[in-house]
Design a binder for this molecule. Structure first.
Ligand code: UD1
Ligand code: UDP
Length: 369
């Protein structure tokens, strides 16, 4: 095998889909290892089907667990597969436990490791994702940074500039550009949910630091509901299984202003993001996608590792206090759209394979902002 791609969660499947497509086009001998961190159909197989990805060559079936239980099981299982596959390059993407496990296992074997979406920093080490990012970057031979700012953080941490750090753009741009028009043509989600384009808000909230804390989760829902009432806008909330489980465990009632719906497939979700008046989210990927699609975003967190979205005027960080959400959401609604997408030109996947010297080069050159 030339390249082994390790993935395990919804965002990794979406953001590595363009890399898998590029491997197919170049006719590279590659394999896909699915850790099984996500296993519910709505977080997993629905994306393989819709993005027309081949089934993973290996599914490790690790599932849910405590941080170290889950990560440890993944490291052990990934090592077994890599010893068998003997790849030249292992690619991981993002900041989940699957990324950390893939990076650690691969870095101790005779292969190179590439971290896609390297150099993101929230500077909040209480988040498991921040620990995963830092460790994966320092285990990698290639840090594929989406932006110059991310590359700068890596340099500040002493990572070898010329050999290791490469600014490639973010593969989410490849995915959004590839599927946006298809979503507009094919998705009937607005009709199914009885929504009018430009007349509703989209909410996602699933982060451990928000939904695992009863007070924070309640305050977040309360703030969004108060804003919806003030602005007279419907809110739809595709609920991640983690949030669903917490809602039940905390016996939290969903405010009337917020309509919970199932987690959506990619085309329906892109359609909702493209046509929403405003998106409220604690997701990383959703901050990027709204910025690319031109929809204003309010981030229900105390910090972000995607400051580029704030700098271009697409996003504001409002925390989870109800007052802050209401004020921030009104501000976001009244501002001008029309910012520049800071995440690249949609050729990130080819650029990544070109830099790693995998297959015949597509020669997409350097990324320009
Ligand atoms: C993980 C990532 C997070 C990412 C998110 C993407 C880590 C530390 N966190 O969070 O950064 O934003 O994926 O969606 O890696 N569950 C299911 N079905 C599944 C998977 C999970 O029901 O297929 C439920 C289980 O109750 C599980 C809980 O969700 O205990 C949390 O799952 P876990 O994989 O630990 O983290 P996520 O919250 O999905
Ligand atoms: N997404 C989706 N359906 C949904 C919610 C999100 O397809 O109901 C997609 C979204 O388009 C983005 C990715 O999932 O590409 C973001 O994943 P998530 O928010 O789970 O993780 P994060 O980006 O925060 O790690």
């Amino acid at each position: 095998t030339t390249v082994t791609i390790v993935l395990g969660t919804r965002p990794e499947i979406i953001k590595l889909a363009p890399v898998i497509d590029a491997c197919e086009e170049r006719e590279i001998a590659y394999s896909v290892v699915h850790t099984g961190q996500h296993y519910s159909e709505e977080l997993d197989t629905v994306f393989f089907d819709q993005l027309e990805l081949p089934a993973p060559d290996h599914n490790l079936g690790v599932g849910s667990g405590s941080q170290s239980e889950q990560t440890g099981a993944m490291i052990r299982e990934i090592e077994t597969v890599l010893l068998d596959e003997q790849p030249e390059l292992v690619l991981v993407q993002g900041d989940t436990n699957s990324v950390l496990a893939g990076a650690i296992a691969a870095s101790k074997l005779d292969c190179e490791v590439g971290h896609v979406e390297a150099g993101l920093r929230s500077f909040d080490r209480t988040m498991p994702e921040e620990v995963n990012r830092v460790l994966a970057d320092h285990a990698a031979d290639y840090c594929f940074a989406p932006t110059e700012q991310a590359a700068g953080y890596l340099r500040e941490e002493g990572i070898d500039d010329d050999d290791t750090i490469h600014v490639t753009g973010n593969t989410i741009v490849d995915a959004v550009m590839g599927y946006r028009d298809l979503a507009a043509a094919k998705s009937d989600v607005l009709g199914e949910l009885g929504l009018d384009a430009g007349d509703f808000c989209l909410l996602t909230a699933h982060r451990a630091e928000n939904v695992d804390d009863r007070e924070r989760f309640e305050s977040l829902l309360d703030g969004v509901a108060r804003f919806a009432r003030d602005a007279d806008l419907d809110v739809v909330y595709p609920v991640h299984p983690r949030a669903n489980e917490r809602l039940a465990a905390f016996d939290l009632a969903m405010p009337d202003e917020i309509t919970p719906i199932d987690a959506q497939d990619f085309l329906d979700f892109l359609r909702l993001e493209s046509t929403a008046t405003l998106v409220l989210t604690d997701s990383g990927g959703v901050q990027e996608e709204t910025c690319i699609l031109g929809t204003p975003c309010v981030t229900l967190r105390d910090n972000t590792e995607r400051p580029e979205t704030v700098d271009v005027g697409a996003n504001r960080i409002v925390g989870v206090a109800a007052d802050g959400i209401v004020t921030g959401a009104h501000e976001a609604l009244s501002q001008q759209n029309g910012w520049e997408n800071p995440f690249g030109d949609g050729h990130s996947a080819d650029r990544i394979l070109d830099i790693a010297g995998i297959g015949s080069a597509a020669s997409v050159g350097e990324v320009h902002g």
